[in-house]
Design a protein around this ligand. Structure first.
Ligand SMILES: [Zn+2]
Length: 266
């Protein structure tokens, strides 16, 4: 457990340094206040995720194991070799997260929380930590549903969650990779340029590139968008370009405002 967090801390630290040495986009808010704000929101979110585990995800896992629930426990699938079932579980977790992310951009009650992530006026690895605790509490409920419907075991879920965490910090980063390397990676994984377009304040661009680890789901659903240069992307949410609207307190209060960010069409 400690080694897992140490490895994540080292990887995030290396990205944090390299995205400043080799920036992909011109920094809009390079000061420490924004980084501190994102880390504070991230710590609240991490505490919420940890607190949701015992009452929400663990009981779902126990119920699914006891009653043999979920697609991967269905007899014909159960006969497959274990390695294949692990890969299948990983891929299905990632696909269903694509659907959850899509819903977060379509359902007003979910968008109120997910918008807190999108109103960051700059985009770097710390944006990957900036998820409102309300979004992460709702996501714990969704994860319980994934466990019950897919029948993934604890080890597969844990491996996917660790991979997801690394991928989220990586694809939010402002690291400029050589274009050839990024193009090659994009066939399988979500990359910084690809996800940068998802953080555009332009509704048509924001409603693309929902994938989290594997980039395939946007290809399958026709929501892949790669041909906007990063220099043409304005990061943020329409109507929230004033730094006063995205302070720590106002970011945390954003889902409960009477005038939250509107859903974007695209
Ligand atoms: Zn999003």
């Amino acid at each position: 457990m400690r080694i897992k967090w140490l490895a994540f801390g080292v990887a995030a630290g290396v990205l944090f340094v390299f995205e400043r040495l080799h920036p992909l986009r011109t920094r809009k808010d390079p000061g420490p206040a924004r980084v501190g704000r994102n880390i504070a929101i991230g710590l609240l979110g991490a505490a919420t995720t940890a607190a949701s585990e015992l009452p929400i995800v663990a009981p779902a896992q126990c119920l699914a194991e006891r009653r043999r629930l979920g697609l991967l426990r269905w007899t014909p699938v159960r006969r497959l070799p274990r390695a294949l079932r692990v890969v299948l579980g990983f891929v299905l977790l990632d696909y269903t997260l694509y659907l959850w992310h899509w819903l977060n951009h379509r359902v007003p009650g979910l968008w109120r929380f997910h918008a807190v992530h999108h109103v960051d006026l700059d985009l770097d690895s710390t944006t990957g930590l900036r998820f409102h605790f309300g979004e992460l509490a709702l996501a714990a409920g969704f994860r319980a549903a994934q466990v019950l419907l897919l029948g993934v075991d604890r080890d597969t879920l844990s491996a996917w969650q660790q991979t997801l965490l690394l991928s989220v910090v990586f694809h939010h980063s402002n690291l400029e990779l050589p274009i050839e390397a990024e193009r090659a990676l994009q066939y399988v994984f979500v990359t910084p340029r690809m996800h940068g377009i998802h953080h555009s304040s332009n509704g048509e661009e924001m409603n693309t590139n929902y994938s989290s680890v594997l980039s395939w789901w946007d290809r399958v659903h026709g929501s892949l968008h790669l041909d906007t240069p990063q220099s043409a992307v304005t990061i943020g949410v329409d109507g929230f370009s004033d730094p006063e609207r995205v302070t720590l307190v106002r970011s945390l209060a954003l889902p409960f405002e009477t005038d939250p960010p509107r859903l974007t069409s695209g």
